[in-house]
Design a binder for this molecule. Structure first.
Ligand SMILES: [Fe+2]
Length: 179
């Protein structure tokens, strides 16, 4: 069974949204680099690569189902994000918006009785729980840190140790499926 036109359009739109997320996090990474917070910059750069991985996962899925993946125009992300706390609050808010988008996609797949697409989207639903959790933890820690520069540098060092998930970069191995 091929993808319905509506579902194909909605998944293509989500490819765009995932690439926007990637660009947003890379823009945030640039600010952290400029502010000498290399650990946060590194964490956001991995986030950037993961979002590219999400976009490709959806892109590949449209093709797998015999549909036609489309590349749509990406909005320019902001260039300034305020304090580190404000920046990570925006990460958390953005991930909450993405969760709502994924939920809408799932609802559409369910409405159309597309069981295969629902299974594919379950991976994203699980991923969003993780994304919201990790962003929320960093926000909470930054609130505890307040104006304490030493504590901020310690958190920065910790975030600098983040390791990329295998296969979630912009160029996962051909034929690989970690869904
Ligand atoms: Fe994503």
């Amino acid at each position: 069974m091929g993808l319905s036109e509506a579902l194909q359009g909605a998944i293509n739109e989500q490819v765009k949204n995932e690439v926007y997320s990637a660009h947003l996090y890379l823009a945030m990474s640039a600010q952290c680099e400029a502010e000498n917070l290399p650990g946060m910059a590194h964490w956001l750069r991995i986030q950037f690569m993961e979002e590219w991985g999400h976009a490709l996962k959806l892109f590949d899925y449209v093709n797998e189902r015999g549909g036609r993946a489309e590349i749509r125009a990406i909005d320019q992300p902001p260039a300034r994000f305020g304090s580190p706390l404000e920046l990570f609050q925006e990460v958390a808010a953005h991930e909450a918006r993405v969760t709502a988008m994924i939920n809408d996609l799932y609802a559409l797949a369910a409405k159309e009785n597309d069981y295969a697409a629902q299974i594919m989207l379950q991976w994203f639903i699980t991923e969003q729980v993780e994304e919201e959790k990790s962003a929320g933890e960093i926000v909470d820690q930054l609130k505890m840190i307040g104006d304490n520069a030493v504590a901020l540098l310690m958190l920065d060092r910790e975030l600098g140790a983040r390791v990329a998930e295998p296969g979630m970069g912009p160029m996962p191995a051909t034929g690989e499926s970690d869904a």
